[in-house]
Design a binder for this molecule. Structure first.
Ligand code: ADE
Ligand code: ZN
Length: 332
């Protein structure tokens, strides 16, 4: 008798993944080859060895070196297809995907090339991969507020393809308040708002993201645990936090996975979710994050199921679709 098929992973939504962070070494070399770009690494192996980080900035520096291989619509389409293929195997049923237009337009790749490439694949992702998708356009917080406003104006003709705006890149010394104007425009245009806050930055940046940017979710939010009043606010308003545990270890936000505040956050009644961030750079996609926290923090099956439910509760979904996904988790 054949062995029973292994149980598929828990159905889940992924709410914090940077499409540029899904560029696997193999794809980086393939895109470099077809675009005639030379990478500063002799082999995939050498590139994998370079994925050793001292903090967020060292990741951003490496990503900048590799992002130059993304030049054509085809590249962005293939990047999205590669992510969705891996996400499907990880039980992802819904994905809300970040992209960084300024990282591409600043080196001469038009906004249209990026979004047309991505949406060519995302538009058929439900049929092809069984995954519903949303796009979240992020502003690079270490660029100027004027640059973010220009990026938003470049995006205006495409807002029907964009669900939310976000804020990423180097957090220290770049408070959310710097982007108050562009977030106000995004809200006026009917977009949802999220922002990275409290990854390397202080709890004060989480307050600013809530009070000034009026975000619907906080990306990371680890340092919120240093501020009791903030924890009470996040719990009271059930503001979702998109945690990325393996990222936090690799970027030294926490020393060890066993020290991660996720259990304390759950105990405090926060609406936490588990995500992958830049999976090609951290060696783990979203289900790998689920199993890593299960093993390091001793989470039981019911807690993992609660995290999966939270991922759909926190997603930008219409209610019937949300209910459908929650039923899938219940039936698992
Ligand atoms: N861009 C890619 N990964 C990021 C992270 N973890 N924090 C901020 N910006 C990022
Ligand atoms: Zn991130």
């Amino acid at each position: 008798m054949p062995a029973p098929a292994p149980k598929p992973p828990l159905p889940k939504a992924e709410l914090h993944v940077h499409i540029e962070g899904t560029l696997e070494p193999e794809a980086a070399f393939a895109f470099a080859g077809r675009n005639g770009v030379r990478l500063p690494y002799a082999s995939e192996e050498e590139l994998r060895r370079a994925c050793s980080f001292t903090g967020l900035q060292s990741l951003l520096d490496l990503q900048q070196k590799l992002t130059v291989v993304l030049r054509t619509e085809e590249d962005f389409a293939d990047l999205a297809a590669g992510y969705l293929d891996r996400a499907r195997a990880q039980g992802v049923r819904h994905a809300e995907i970040f992209f960084d237009p300024q990282a591409h337009t600043s080196r001469g790749v038009p906004f249209a090339t990026v979004i047309d490439g991505l949406t060519r694949v995302l538009d058929t992702a439900q049929e092809t991969y069984g995954i519903s998708t949303r796009l979240i356009m992020c502003f690079l917080r270490d660029e100027s507020a004027a640059s973010a406003l220009a990026a938003f104006e470049a995006a205006r003709p495409y807002l029907d393809r964009i669900t939310a705006v976000g804020l990423d890149s180097a957090e220290a010394h770049h408070p959310p308040s710097k982007f108050a104007d562009v977030y106000a425009l995004a809200r006026q245009a009917g977009l949802k708002c999220v922002a990275h806050a409290g990854e390397e930055g202080p709890a004060a940046y989480v307050w600013e993201a809530l009070d000034i940017l009026k975000v619907d979710r906080i990306d990371h939010g680890v340092s919120a645990m240093e501020d009791e009043r903030l924890v009470a606010r996040l719990a009271e308003e059930q503001v979702p936090l998109t945690l990325c545990p393996l990222s936090n270890v690799r970027l030294r936000v926490v020393e060890d996975l066993a020290d991660h505040p996720l259990p304390a956050m759950l105990k405090a009644g926060l609406l936490v979710t588990v995500n992958s961030d830049d999976p090609a750079y951290f060696g783990g996609y979203v289900h790998d994050n689920f199993t890593a926290v299960r093993d390091a923090l001793g989470l039981d099956e019911e807690t993992l199921r609660a995290l999966a439910r939270n991922s759909f509760r926190a997603a930008f979904l219409d209610e019937p679709t949300r209910e459908k996904y929650l039923r899938e988790v219940a039936a698992y």
